[in-house]
Design a binder for this molecule. Structure first.
Ligand SMILES: CC(C)(COP(=O)(O)OP(=O)(O)OC[C@H]1O[C@@H](n2cnc3c(N)ncnc32)[C@H](O)[C@@H]1OP(=O)(O)O)[C@@H](O)C(=O)NCCC(=O)NCCS
Length: 338
Protein backbone atom coordinates (compact mmCIF):
# COMPACT_ATOMS: atom_id res chain seq x y z
CA UNK A 1 0.00 0.00 0.00
CA UNK A 2 1.41 3.43 -0.90
CA UNK A 3 1.59 6.22 1.67
CA UNK A 4 -1.16 8.04 -0.16
CA UNK A 5 -3.52 5.10 -0.30
CA UNK A 6 -2.83 4.32 3.38
CA UNK A 7 -3.81 7.88 4.32
CA UNK A 8 -6.90 7.52 2.15
CA UNK A 9 -7.84 4.24 3.82
CA UNK A 10 -7.26 5.67 7.33
CA UNK A 11 -9.33 8.72 6.51
CA UNK A 12 -12.23 6.61 5.27
CA UNK A 13 -12.23 4.12 8.11
CA UNK A 14 -15.42 4.71 10.11
CA UNK A 15 -15.06 4.31 13.87
CA UNK A 16 -18.61 3.18 14.55
CA UNK A 17 -21.38 1.57 12.53
CA UNK A 18 -24.12 4.01 11.60
CA UNK A 19 -27.65 2.82 11.09
CA UNK A 20 -30.54 4.44 9.24
CA UNK A 21 -34.24 4.69 10.05
CA UNK A 22 -37.35 6.43 8.77
CA UNK A 23 -37.75 9.30 11.24
CA UNK A 24 -40.94 10.79 9.78
CA UNK A 25 -43.56 10.28 7.08
CA UNK A 26 -46.00 12.70 5.48
CA UNK A 27 -48.62 12.72 2.78
CA UNK A 28 -50.57 15.06 0.58
CA UNK A 29 -53.85 14.08 -1.09
CA UNK A 30 -55.25 16.62 -3.56
CA UNK A 31 -58.58 18.11 -2.55
CA UNK A 32 -60.49 17.04 -5.64
CA UNK A 33 -62.24 13.72 -5.00
CA UNK A 34 -63.13 11.81 -8.18
CA UNK A 35 -65.67 9.03 -7.55
CA UNK A 36 -66.04 6.12 -9.99
CA UNK A 37 -69.35 7.58 -11.16
CA UNK A 38 -67.48 10.48 -12.74
CA UNK A 39 -65.43 8.17 -14.98
CA UNK A 40 -67.71 5.30 -15.96
CA UNK A 41 -69.54 6.85 -18.89
CA UNK A 42 -66.44 7.44 -21.02
CA UNK A 43 -65.18 3.86 -20.50
CA UNK A 44 -68.55 2.09 -20.59
CA UNK A 45 -68.04 0.74 -17.08
CA UNK A 46 -69.80 0.84 -13.71
CA UNK A 47 -69.05 1.70 -10.11
CA UNK A 48 -69.64 -1.97 -9.17
CA UNK A 49 -67.21 -3.30 -11.82
CA UNK A 50 -64.42 -0.92 -10.78
CA UNK A 51 -64.91 -1.68 -7.06
CA UNK A 52 -64.96 -5.42 -7.66
CA UNK A 53 -62.03 -5.60 -10.12
CA UNK A 54 -59.73 -3.02 -8.50
CA UNK A 55 -61.06 -2.12 -5.02
CA UNK A 56 -61.09 1.55 -5.97
CA UNK A 57 -64.06 3.59 -4.71
CA UNK A 58 -62.65 7.05 -5.44
CA UNK A 59 -59.33 8.71 -6.19
CA UNK A 60 -57.83 12.21 -5.97
CA UNK A 61 -56.83 14.35 -8.92
CA UNK A 62 -54.67 17.42 -8.54
CA UNK A 63 -56.25 20.80 -9.18
CA UNK A 64 -55.34 23.12 -12.00
CA UNK A 65 -51.79 24.37 -11.61
CA UNK A 66 -51.16 22.06 -8.64
CA UNK A 67 -47.80 20.66 -9.62
CA UNK A 68 -45.60 17.73 -8.66
CA UNK A 69 -43.41 20.24 -6.80
CA UNK A 70 -46.38 21.76 -4.91
CA UNK A 71 -47.56 18.33 -3.76
CA UNK A 72 -44.04 17.23 -2.84
CA UNK A 73 -43.51 20.30 -0.69
CA UNK A 74 -46.68 19.69 1.33
CA UNK A 75 -45.94 16.01 1.94
CA UNK A 76 -42.31 16.78 2.77
CA UNK A 77 -43.19 19.46 5.34
CA UNK A 78 -45.31 16.92 7.23
CA UNK A 79 -42.54 14.31 7.15
CA UNK A 80 -39.97 16.85 8.38
CA UNK A 81 -42.25 17.93 11.21
CA UNK A 82 -42.79 14.35 12.36
CA UNK A 83 -39.05 13.67 12.12
CA UNK A 84 -38.18 16.83 14.06
CA UNK A 85 -35.71 17.67 11.31
CA UNK A 86 -35.24 21.18 9.88
CA UNK A 87 -35.17 21.46 6.09
CA UNK A 88 -31.68 22.97 6.35
CA UNK A 89 -30.52 19.70 7.93
CA UNK A 90 -31.39 17.72 4.80
CA UNK A 91 -28.26 16.64 2.96
CA UNK A 92 -30.11 15.03 0.05
CA UNK A 93 -33.55 15.32 -1.54
CA UNK A 94 -34.64 12.40 -3.74
CA UNK A 95 -37.86 12.71 -5.73
CA UNK A 96 -39.26 9.50 -7.24
CA UNK A 97 -41.68 10.34 -10.04
CA UNK A 98 -42.68 9.52 -13.61
CA UNK A 99 -45.04 12.43 -14.10
CA UNK A 100 -42.86 15.54 -13.69
CA UNK A 101 -43.44 17.10 -17.11
CA UNK A 102 -39.91 18.41 -17.63
CA UNK A 103 -37.31 16.10 -19.16
CA UNK A 104 -34.79 18.33 -17.39
CA UNK A 105 -34.09 19.67 -14.86
CA UNK A 106 -35.33 17.31 -12.18
CA UNK A 107 -38.11 18.30 -9.78
CA UNK A 108 -35.95 17.64 -6.70
CA UNK A 109 -33.82 20.82 -6.78
CA UNK A 110 -36.97 22.94 -6.87
CA UNK A 111 -38.50 20.91 -4.02
CA UNK A 112 -35.27 21.41 -2.05
CA UNK A 113 -35.34 25.15 -2.74
CA UNK A 114 -38.97 25.46 -1.65
CA UNK A 115 -38.20 23.64 1.58
CA UNK A 116 -35.04 25.63 2.28
CA UNK A 117 -32.08 23.33 1.68
CA UNK A 118 -29.21 23.53 -0.77
CA UNK A 119 -28.50 19.82 -0.33
CA UNK A 120 -27.97 17.43 -3.24
CA UNK A 121 -31.21 16.92 -5.14
CA UNK A 122 -32.12 14.54 -7.94
CA UNK A 123 -35.06 12.54 -9.34
CA UNK A 124 -35.29 8.80 -9.86
CA UNK A 125 -37.51 7.05 -12.38
CA UNK A 126 -38.61 3.60 -11.23
CA UNK A 127 -42.37 4.11 -11.49
CA UNK A 128 -44.38 2.33 -8.78
CA UNK A 129 -41.15 0.96 -7.29
CA UNK A 130 -39.58 4.44 -7.12
CA UNK A 131 -40.21 5.12 -3.44
CA UNK A 132 -38.67 1.82 -2.27
CA UNK A 133 -35.66 2.47 -4.54
CA UNK A 134 -35.40 5.90 -2.87
CA UNK A 135 -35.51 4.37 0.62
CA UNK A 136 -32.75 1.94 -0.39
CA UNK A 137 -30.54 4.76 -1.68
CA UNK A 138 -31.25 6.96 1.36
CA UNK A 139 -30.47 4.13 3.75
CA UNK A 140 -27.16 3.39 2.04
CA UNK A 141 -26.20 7.09 1.93
CA UNK A 142 -26.82 7.49 5.65
CA UNK A 143 -25.10 4.23 6.59
CA UNK A 144 -22.19 5.04 4.28
CA UNK A 145 -21.70 8.44 5.91
CA UNK A 146 -22.53 10.63 2.91
CA UNK A 147 -25.65 12.06 4.55
CA UNK A 148 -27.28 12.42 7.98
CA UNK A 149 -30.79 13.18 6.77
CA UNK A 150 -32.29 12.32 3.38
CA UNK A 151 -35.75 13.27 2.16
CA UNK A 152 -37.44 10.71 -0.10
CA UNK A 153 -40.58 11.88 -1.91
CA UNK A 154 -42.85 9.71 -4.07
CA UNK A 155 -45.08 11.99 -6.11
CA UNK A 156 -47.31 11.68 -9.16
CA UNK A 157 -49.72 13.72 -11.20
CA UNK A 158 -50.78 10.75 -13.31
CA UNK A 159 -54.09 12.34 -14.29
CA UNK A 160 -52.03 14.28 -16.86
CA UNK A 161 -50.75 11.04 -18.43
CA UNK A 162 -53.96 9.01 -18.29
CA UNK A 163 -56.21 8.50 -21.30
CA UNK A 164 -59.68 9.10 -19.85
CA UNK A 165 -61.13 6.89 -22.62
CA UNK A 166 -58.86 3.89 -21.92
CA UNK A 167 -60.90 1.18 -20.17
CA UNK A 168 -57.77 -0.46 -18.77
CA UNK A 169 -56.23 2.56 -17.03
CA UNK A 170 -58.69 5.47 -16.73
CA UNK A 171 -60.05 4.30 -13.36
CA UNK A 172 -56.71 3.19 -11.88
CA UNK A 173 -54.22 6.07 -11.90
CA UNK A 174 -54.37 9.04 -9.54
CA UNK A 175 -52.44 11.94 -8.03
CA UNK A 176 -50.73 12.58 -4.69
CA UNK A 177 -47.46 12.78 -2.79
CA UNK A 178 -45.93 10.82 0.07
CA UNK A 179 -42.64 11.54 1.80
CA UNK A 180 -40.23 10.08 4.32
CA UNK A 181 -37.18 11.43 6.10
CA UNK A 182 -34.39 8.87 6.51
CA UNK A 183 -32.02 9.76 9.36
CA UNK A 184 -29.01 8.43 11.24
CA UNK A 185 -30.01 6.03 13.96
CA UNK A 186 -28.43 4.23 16.92
CA UNK A 187 -30.25 1.03 15.96
CA UNK A 188 -31.04 -0.61 12.58
CA UNK A 189 -34.27 0.75 11.06
CA UNK A 190 -34.18 -0.24 7.39
CA UNK A 191 -33.58 -3.84 6.35
CA UNK A 192 -31.71 -5.02 3.25
CA UNK A 193 -33.45 -4.18 -0.03
CA UNK A 194 -34.39 -6.96 -2.43
CA UNK A 195 -34.70 -5.40 -5.84
CA UNK A 196 -34.47 -6.07 -9.54
CA UNK A 197 -35.95 -5.57 -12.98
CA UNK A 198 -37.24 -7.43 -16.00
CA UNK A 199 -36.56 -5.31 -19.05
CA UNK A 200 -37.91 -8.07 -21.31
CA UNK A 201 -41.33 -6.78 -20.23
CA UNK A 202 -40.37 -3.14 -20.77
CA UNK A 203 -43.52 -2.49 -22.80
CA UNK A 204 -46.28 -3.90 -20.57
CA UNK A 205 -46.73 -0.62 -18.69
CA UNK A 206 -45.33 2.23 -20.70
CA UNK A 207 -45.85 5.68 -22.09
CA UNK A 208 -47.50 4.73 -25.40
CA UNK A 209 -45.35 7.04 -27.52
CA UNK A 210 -41.89 8.54 -26.98
CA UNK A 211 -41.57 12.32 -26.81
CA UNK A 212 -39.99 12.16 -30.29
CA UNK A 213 -43.02 10.30 -31.72
CA UNK A 214 -45.38 12.69 -29.97
CA UNK A 215 -43.58 15.57 -31.67
CA UNK A 216 -43.11 14.01 -35.11
CA UNK A 217 -46.61 12.54 -35.38
CA UNK A 218 -48.27 15.54 -33.74
CA UNK A 219 -49.95 13.30 -31.16
CA UNK A 220 -50.74 16.06 -28.69
CA UNK A 221 -49.93 14.47 -25.37
CA UNK A 222 -48.56 11.03 -24.36
CA UNK A 223 -50.50 8.69 -22.10
CA UNK A 224 -49.61 5.49 -20.26
CA UNK A 225 -50.79 2.13 -21.61
CA UNK A 226 -50.91 -1.14 -19.71
CA UNK A 227 -51.36 -4.82 -20.54
CA UNK A 228 -53.54 -5.30 -17.46
CA UNK A 229 -53.66 -9.08 -17.26
CA UNK A 230 -49.91 -9.50 -17.88
CA UNK A 231 -49.12 -6.99 -15.14
CA UNK A 232 -51.65 -8.62 -12.84
CA UNK A 233 -50.10 -12.08 -13.23
CA UNK A 234 -46.53 -10.77 -12.83
CA UNK A 235 -47.49 -8.88 -9.69
CA UNK A 236 -49.33 -11.79 -8.08
CA UNK A 237 -46.92 -14.61 -8.97
CA UNK A 238 -43.67 -12.71 -9.26
CA UNK A 239 -43.81 -10.29 -6.34
CA UNK A 240 -44.84 -12.50 -3.40
CA UNK A 241 -41.47 -14.37 -3.60
CA UNK A 242 -39.66 -11.00 -3.65
CA UNK A 243 -41.56 -9.92 -0.54
CA UNK A 244 -40.64 -13.24 1.10
CA UNK A 245 -36.96 -12.65 0.25
CA UNK A 246 -37.14 -9.21 1.91
CA UNK A 247 -38.51 -10.88 5.07
CA UNK A 248 -35.74 -13.51 4.93
CA UNK A 249 -33.08 -10.82 4.41
CA UNK A 250 -34.39 -8.97 7.47
CA UNK A 251 -34.29 -12.20 9.48
CA UNK A 252 -37.98 -12.23 10.34
CA UNK A 253 -41.13 -14.15 9.45
CA UNK A 254 -44.50 -12.74 8.37
CA UNK A 255 -46.02 -13.24 11.83
CA UNK A 256 -43.46 -10.82 13.30
CA UNK A 257 -44.73 -7.95 11.15
CA UNK A 258 -46.86 -5.07 12.44
CA UNK A 259 -47.91 -3.99 8.95
CA UNK A 260 -47.84 -5.07 5.32
CA UNK A 261 -47.68 -2.06 2.99
CA UNK A 262 -47.52 -3.18 -0.64
CA UNK A 263 -47.79 -0.80 -3.60
CA UNK A 264 -51.45 0.13 -3.99
CA UNK A 265 -51.91 -1.22 -7.53
CA UNK A 266 -55.11 -3.19 -7.19
CA UNK A 267 -56.80 -4.61 -4.09
CA UNK A 268 -56.98 -8.06 -5.67
CA UNK A 269 -53.17 -8.04 -6.12
CA UNK A 270 -52.75 -6.97 -2.47
CA UNK A 271 -55.05 -9.76 -1.25
CA UNK A 272 -53.41 -12.41 -3.44
CA UNK A 273 -49.93 -11.43 -2.24
CA UNK A 274 -51.02 -11.52 1.41
CA UNK A 275 -52.43 -15.00 0.86
CA UNK A 276 -49.27 -16.29 -0.78
CA UNK A 277 -47.16 -14.86 2.04
CA UNK A 278 -49.44 -16.58 4.61
CA UNK A 279 -49.88 -13.19 6.25
CA UNK A 280 -51.56 -13.76 9.65
CA UNK A 281 -55.11 -12.36 9.74
CA UNK A 282 -54.38 -9.88 12.54
CA UNK A 283 -51.59 -8.01 10.68
CA UNK A 284 -52.83 -4.68 9.30
CA UNK A 285 -52.63 -4.55 5.50
CA UNK A 286 -52.63 -1.20 3.68
CA UNK A 287 -55.71 -0.72 1.51
CA UNK A 288 -55.36 3.00 0.90
CA UNK A 289 -56.14 2.37 -2.77
CA UNK A 290 -59.89 2.37 -2.02
CA UNK A 291 -59.89 6.16 -1.49
CA UNK A 292 -56.62 7.20 -3.15
CA UNK A 293 -56.41 5.09 -6.33
CA UNK A 294 -53.05 3.98 -7.72
CA UNK A 295 -50.65 6.87 -7.18
CA UNK A 296 -47.57 4.92 -8.37
CA UNK A 297 -44.47 6.09 -6.48
CA UNK A 298 -46.60 7.93 -3.89
CA UNK A 299 -48.74 4.96 -2.91
CA UNK A 300 -46.56 3.32 -0.23
CA UNK A 301 -45.66 6.46 1.78
CA UNK A 302 -49.28 7.67 1.48
CA UNK A 303 -50.54 4.32 2.78
CA UNK A 304 -48.01 4.31 5.63
CA UNK A 305 -48.86 7.91 6.53
CA UNK A 306 -52.56 7.02 6.76
CA UNK A 307 -51.89 3.96 8.94
CA UNK A 308 -49.62 5.96 11.27
CA UNK A 309 -52.07 8.89 11.49
CA UNK A 310 -54.99 6.57 12.30
CA UNK A 311 -52.97 4.71 14.92
CA UNK A 312 -53.39 1.41 13.04
CA UNK A 313 -49.70 0.54 13.40
CA UNK A 314 -47.33 0.93 16.35
CA UNK A 315 -44.39 3.31 16.27
CA UNK A 316 -41.27 1.12 16.40
CA UNK A 317 -43.11 -1.84 14.82
CA UNK A 318 -41.98 -3.59 11.64
CA UNK A 319 -43.52 -2.99 8.21
CA UNK A 320 -42.86 -4.91 4.99
CA UNK A 321 -43.07 -2.59 1.98
CA UNK A 322 -42.84 -3.59 -1.66
CA UNK A 323 -43.08 -1.46 -4.78
CA UNK A 324 -43.47 -2.90 -8.30
CA UNK A 325 -44.45 -1.60 -11.70
CA UNK A 326 -43.23 -0.19 -15.00
CA UNK A 327 -39.77 -1.26 -16.09
CA UNK A 328 -40.63 -3.82 -14.98
CA UNK A 329 -38.98 -2.80 -11.72
CA UNK A 330 -39.40 -3.81 -8.10
CA UNK A 331 -37.92 -3.20 -4.66
CA UNK A 332 -38.86 -4.44 -1.18
CA UNK A 333 -37.56 -3.97 2.34
CA UNK A 334 -38.61 -4.30 5.98
CA UNK A 335 -38.60 -0.96 7.82
CA UNK A 336 -39.20 0.19 11.37
CA UNK A 337 -42.37 2.31 11.52
CA UNK A 338 -41.60 5.88 12.70
C1 LIG B 1 -57.01 -3.52 -15.36
C2 LIG B 1 -57.74 -4.73 -14.74
C3 LIG B 1 -58.54 -4.30 -13.54
C4 LIG B 1 -58.67 -5.30 -15.80
O1 LIG B 1 -59.30 -6.45 -15.27
P1 LIG B 1 -59.30 -7.80 -16.08
O2 LIG B 1 -60.12 -8.75 -15.33
O3 LIG B 1 -57.90 -8.17 -16.41
O4 LIG B 1 -60.05 -7.31 -17.40
P2 LIG B 1 -59.90 -7.88 -18.87
O5 LIG B 1 -59.14 -6.89 -19.66
O6 LIG B 1 -59.44 -9.30 -18.88
O7 LIG B 1 -61.40 -7.89 -19.28
C5 LIG B 1 -62.37 -8.74 -18.63
C6 LIG B 1 -63.73 -8.28 -19.03
O8 LIG B 1 -63.99 -6.99 -18.42
C7 LIG B 1 -64.27 -6.04 -19.44
N1 LIG B 1 -63.67 -4.77 -19.03
C8 LIG B 1 -62.39 -4.37 -19.18
N2 LIG B 1 -62.23 -3.15 -18.66
C9 LIG B 1 -63.42 -2.78 -18.17
C10 LIG B 1 -63.88 -1.65 -17.50
N3 LIG B 1 -63.07 -0.60 -17.22
N4 LIG B 1 -65.18 -1.63 -17.12
C11 LIG B 1 -66.01 -2.64 -17.39
N5 LIG B 1 -65.62 -3.75 -18.02
C12 LIG B 1 -64.33 -3.81 -18.41
C13 LIG B 1 -63.68 -6.58 -20.71
O9 LIG B 1 -64.36 -6.11 -21.84
C14 LIG B 1 -63.89 -8.06 -20.55
O10 LIG B 1 -65.22 -8.39 -20.86
P3 LIG B 1 -65.60 -9.82 -21.56
O11 LIG B 1 -65.19 -10.86 -20.54
O12 LIG B 1 -67.06 -9.71 -21.78
O13 LIG B 1 -64.75 -9.87 -22.79
C15 LIG B 1 -56.73 -5.83 -14.30
O14 LIG B 1 -56.12 -6.40 -15.42
C16 LIG B 1 -55.67 -5.31 -13.40
O15 LIG B 1 -55.95 -4.88 -12.30
N6 LIG B 1 -54.41 -5.39 -13.84
C17 LIG B 1 -53.29 -4.92 -13.04
C18 LIG B 1 -53.32 -3.46 -13.12
C19 LIG B 1 -52.41 -2.82 -12.15
O16 LIG B 1 -52.42 -3.14 -11.00
N7 LIG B 1 -51.58 -1.93 -12.66
C20 LIG B 1 -50.70 -1.20 -11.89
C21 LIG B 1 -49.47 -1.96 -11.70
S1 LIG B 1 -48.30 -0.87 -11.10
Amino acid sequence: MTATSKGFADRLRTPEVTHARISGVGGYRPRRVVPNAELVERINSSDEWIRERSGIIERRWAGEGESVVDMSELAARQALQMAGVEAAELDVVIVATVSWPYQTPAAAPMVAERLGTKGAAFDISAACAGYCHGIALASDMVRGGDASNVLVVGVERLSDFTDKDDRGTAFIFADGAGAAVVSRSATPGIGPTVWGSDGAQWDVIAQKDSWIEVHEKDLGWPTIGMAGQTVFRWAVWGMAPVAQKALDAAGITADQLDAFIPHQANVRIIDAMAKQLHMPADIPIARDIAYTGNTSSASIPLAMERMVRHGEVPSGGLALQIGFGAGLSYAAQVVVIP
